[in-house]
Design a protein around this ligand. Sequence first.
Ligand code: FES
Length: 207
Amino acid sequence: MPTIRIDQPTVGQTPQSLGLNLSWTKTEQEAITRTLAKYPQDRQRSAVIPLLHIAQRKCNEWLPVDAMQLVADTLDLPYIRVYEVASFYTMFNLKPVGKHHVQVCTNCACLIRGSDAIVSEVKSHTGLTASGETSKDGEFTFTEVECLGACVAAPMMQIGTHYYTHLTPEKTREILTHLQNGGDPAKYADTAPTQDADPIHNGKYGQ
Ligand code: FES
């Protein structure tokens, strides 16, 4: 059993207070079984990244300590080994994010295709001024990110599990307004939502 627990920004926010249920649902368990089947029997622990994705999706797109503990327990890993992975990769959030986590790619292809204007539009629409901020009403978190692998459809952003591509400031504003009004995230998106660990490679974009 993992025994190491360490201090981090989520301390004080128990999963219970956040209404989270930290055992796998039947659907999640099925996704985990499918994921683990891709790894050799003696390399099951290598599935830590896909399982962290499943855990993050379960927990409103961030990873409380207990979510990482659940992954550790599932893979029979020490907690610290899971935390090391989760804290290394920027796609894992170790503190709560807004209802809509707006991740705008500002890497080369998107920059050349005008991501500066997209960032400006997101900032002016949400009132957020810096990457990593969350709006007071909890509606939006804005993060500048590196290449998300959809350069062919630059400039682009990811919100939740969806990719939004070929952006213009006008289209960006329309998407954010649509989400703010409770609209279906899939309406403008290029990827289909999925229960599996890796939504990026299950969808299509650039069309
Ligand atoms: S540079 Fe933006 S998706 Fe690759």
